[in-house]
Design a protein around this ligand. Sequence first.
Ligand code: NDP
Length: 332
Amino acid sequence: MNTTPLELENIYDLAYKALSTNGCDHFNADSVATTVSHAERDGSVSHGLFRIPGYVASLKSKKVNGISRPTNTYLTQNAIRVEGDYGFAPVGIKVGLPELIKMTNKHGVGVLTISNTHHFAALWHETEALAENNLVGIACTAYKPSVAPAGAKKPLFGTNPISFAWPRKNNTPVVYDMATSTMAMGEVQVAARDGHKVPFGTGLNKDGEKTDNPSEIANGGVLLTFGDYKGSAIAMMIELLAAGLVGDLFSFEAKEEDNNDGGPARGGEFIMALSPELIAGKNWNEHAEKFFEQMTSLEGVRLPGQRRHTNRKDKGPRQINSALIEKIKSLI
Ligand code: NDP
């Protein structure tokens, strides 16, 4: 794969120009370009510039509103609904998160539901933002079916990611962010593009047989959940939280509605914040640090989020797939 070095600000500019040329106003283009450039900065490459052609396709087809103005409504003292105005998720998150933080600092627990949004990004952006405000963050979203429930050979679940972030007073948060499929479909697509195999059993081919060929999974095949029926139960929970509880589309409903333009389908996102200060009390940070000390003293252990946070320290250029850069430039 040929790569081209791009400084972080050039990554932002490239994303911003592609979005603004194709129908986003400043507020929308800036929200998404920031998310994309942060993903590249942290090495979340499947959710960085790789996603721009899809974002642009959904602007061009008018599925996504590039001039969205999401709004907050208080459902209860502990729950806010953001009406996403059919925009991209980073815009709704930008509108809802400050209010969620305020509410959780007051009541200890807060729920933010985002509806009528199009999620095409990693979820650590939102959970980590909560942890940076000394709150525990949990987020999940559903997507179009590409994952078979345990026992099945046909898809019903999306790759349904879930993220959890734990705040640390004198350190970067501990954050996990994972698809409940064996791999995220974005990673499978990147592997197919770059000609790499994936672990055997990542998914089934169109005949329902296990395969290590990412192209067979991405084209007519199906992904499996991690951990057999246990991962399947978590994927089901995510459908129920991000669609049932938010009051938005289940993955199968998103598929029925979507125009398959290559961009993100419409759906909901569930975000929850918890205040350890109010719930556990003053000593919460020291107590959790003892646990992290125990955990990291075990040989071979690293904390989730650490890879990204180490990448982040590098302020230099990132190596970007040259063909992808050309593709994005052709959209501007
Ligand atoms: P990975 O399997 O790469 O990583 C999952 C998590 O495990 C990360 O938090 C990672 O931390 C952590 N981790 C990895 N290796 C270790 C290790 N050895 N020890 C401890 N922790 C480890 O992620 P996925 O491929 O499952 O998902 C990739 C992204 O795709 C996610 O950001 C997800 O939100 C996104 N996604 C988005 C969708 C959408 O609809 N918007 C749909 C599906 C996925 P670290 O980052 O530090 O490596």
